[in-house]
Design a protein around this ligand. Structure first.
Ligand SMILES: NC(=O)C1=CN([C@@H]2O[C@H](COP(=O)(O)OP(=O)(O)OC[C@H]3O[C@@H](n4cnc5c(N)ncnc54)[C@H](OP(=O)(O)O)[C@@H]3O)[C@@H](O)[C@H]2O)[C@H](O)CC1
Ligand SMILES: [K+]
Length: 514
């Protein structure tokens, strides 16, 4: 699913009005009908509704919602804030419609005027500013938003299209923005919704289709996307009847050190459960029994060191030897001992196929930038925000961080993800994809190690690096969602993500047969 900028959304709007029999007022009505239906599903008709409306089309939505809620028997009132000198045409049309049907529902608040104190249990609907925001909010408008935010402890806030004050495509750090519990947005996610710095503004997101032109959506390129089930279904290749373990590749996993063998176990199990043909694990001496007992499906190489690994480069003594493995996954629980750093550098001399680099392997790269230049093109890097900072440096806000992520993916021809609620995946073609599966229960030790195993497995099976990243992150999140559904976000642990991989694959297969 594409993520459009505010400008592209305006163009989609204009295109739809030009090319189809739908008028701009029809679009507003559709938007308002969808929001009203959502509100009616979530709040009883005894809930008083205070709709704060601006003078643009976002405010027009608010006026239409007020009318439609009244039609359904709600005690809804529109408070029109005069933050600007003129109202948009569709705002005025909807004001007139409300005025005609329910004149007592409209309340004008002049600039610098005071807001009413909402009744207890009232729902606040924010339709002050939408994607037409042209500058950071200041003065009286900022004071109004501040006042509404102060009411949040006692009232739920539903934002229409985008929380007022939030810039759709740029950072809104240190500006005044509505703190919504729910955002009902039209047709598309906005980039701002996916940035961690905006989590307190956006709340839960619900995307409501309003029938914008599918032609415009298909024709218009976008740099930002959301992965969806349909796309993953298209990537997924079910096993053929005559396949054998050689068909699904041989992966080498380099992981674990004393006290961190659990990371190696989780990665190995995830790699096996994602369907790799053969898995060899290189581990320090202390981990032999642990891996052999926990993951009997994996083969094992033991390092000459007991507590860390320092000789894994010997598996790839020359370019010919590299062909034995389809890919290498390196990093979980590896440690950053001098011998490990040295062996990693030597490994990169002869291994030039895309590999998966995570955790301590990323930390090693962070402290040795020259090594970063030697990573095979097409490799998958999987940092969390702290690891990302160590690798590529600090940024002033989340939008700048996304640009830095993308610039490195393009420049280095790497596939780099940035872990988070909506993990961002940057590809060498400059595109950025956001994953929406997953839940806060996955913010637990070992969850990242599981992802490394999944990605390594998919690469070994012949998925392209881009396919492996999109599908692996989606599967990881979906398995986390299954785990949370069965065991709760609190009680679930990283092993559960591995356990529910099977259910996620079955779901993919089911979707294929639909
Ligand atoms: N295609 C769709 O998705 C549809 C969206 N709809 C809704 O329309 C809005 C966008 O409407 P638009 O009229 O373009 O813009 P807004 O309502 O967001 O705001 C415009 C008014 O706000 C003033 N403004 C802008 N920035 C500020 C600010 N920082 N402080 C105060 N006032 C501000 C602006 O005034 P000017 O002084 O700048 O002229 C305008 O008065 C979209 O978000 C959806 O909710 C349609 O309903 C359906 C199709
Ligand atoms: K809004």
């Amino acid at each position: 699913m594409k993520i459009f900028t505010a400008q592209q959304i305006r163009e989609a709007d204009a295109y739809t009005i030009r090319q189809t029999p739908i008028s701009s007022l029809d679009l507003m009505e559709k938007a308002a009908i969808a929001c009203t239906a959502w509100i009616c599903r979530h709040y009883s008709e005894y809930t008083p509704v205070y709709v704060y409306c601006g003078l643009g089309n976002n405010g027009g939505d608010g006026l239409a919602i007020t009318r439609l809620l009244r039609n359904r028997g709600y005690d809804a009132h529109a408070y029109v804030l005069h933050h600007s000198s003129k109202a948009s045409a569709d705002h005025t049309a909807n004001r007139n419609a409300l005025q005609q049907q329910y004149p007592s529902a409209i309340h004008d608040i002049p600039e610098n005027g005071l807001l009413p104190q909402p009744d207890a249990q009232a729902l606040i609907v924010d339709a002050i500013l939408g994607t037409g925001l042209s500058r950071p909010v200041e003065g009286w408008t900022a004071a109004v938003i501040g006042q509404l935010n102060d009411l949040k402890a006692a009232h739920e806030v539903v934002a229409i299209d985008i929380p007022s004050g939030l810039q759709a495509d740029a950072s809104s750090l240190n500006t005044t923005v509505i703190r919504a519990d729910h955002t009902l947005s039209f047709e598309f996610y906005k980039l701002a919704f996916l940035l961690p710095e905006n989590a307190t503004f956006v709340g839960d997101i619900c995307i409501l289709p309003i029938d914008l032109s599918p032609d415009y959506i298909a024709q218009t390129p976008s740099r930002f996307h959301i992965t969806d089930a349909l796309q993953i279904k298209n990537i997924y290749r079910p096993r053929k009847p005559f396949s054998h373990k050689g068909t699904f590749g041989h992966a080498l996993l380099i992981a674990g050190s004393e006290g961190k063998m659990g990371a190696a176990v989780l990665s190995a199990k995830a790699c096996l459960r994602t369907g790799v043909g053969l898995l060899s694990c290189h581990i320090p001496g202390c981990g032999y029994d642990i891996i052999q007992i926990s993951s009997p499906g994996a083969m094992c190489f033991i390092d000459e060191q007991k507590d860390h690994s320092s000789s894994f480069h010997t598996h790839i003594p020359n370019a010919e030897a590299a062909a034995k493995y389809k890919t290498i996954g390196i990093g979980p629980g590896l440690g950053t001992a001098a011998g490990t750093c040295w062996a990693f550098e030597k490994l990169l001399e002869h291994f030039h196929q895309p590999m998966v680099i995570d955790a301590d392997a990323l930390n090693i790269l962070g402290s040795s930038p020259a090594m970063l230049d030697k990573i095979p093109p097409g490799s998958l890097l999987t940092p969390h925000p702290k690891e990302f900072e160590r690798l590529f440096g600090k940024t002033a806000n989340d939008v700048e961080r996304l640009e830095l992520l993308s610039a490195n993916a393009v420049k280095r021809k790497l596939n780099i993800l940035l872990k988070g609620r909506y993990t961002a995946m940057a590809f060498p073609d400059g595109s950025i994809w956001f994953n929406t599966t997953g839940n806060p229960g996955m913010a637990t030790g070992g969850s990242g190690d599981v992802l490394t195993g999944i990605l390594t497995s998919l690469l070994a099976q012949g998925y392209t690096p881009r396919e492996a990243m999109l599908m692996g992150v989606w599967l990881h999140g979906l398995s986390g969602d299954h785990a949370a559904a069965e065991r709760s976000e609190e009680a679930m642990i990283a092993e559960d993500i591995v356990e529910f991989l099977g259910k996620s694959f079955l779901e993919l297969r089911r979707r294929l047969s639909c």
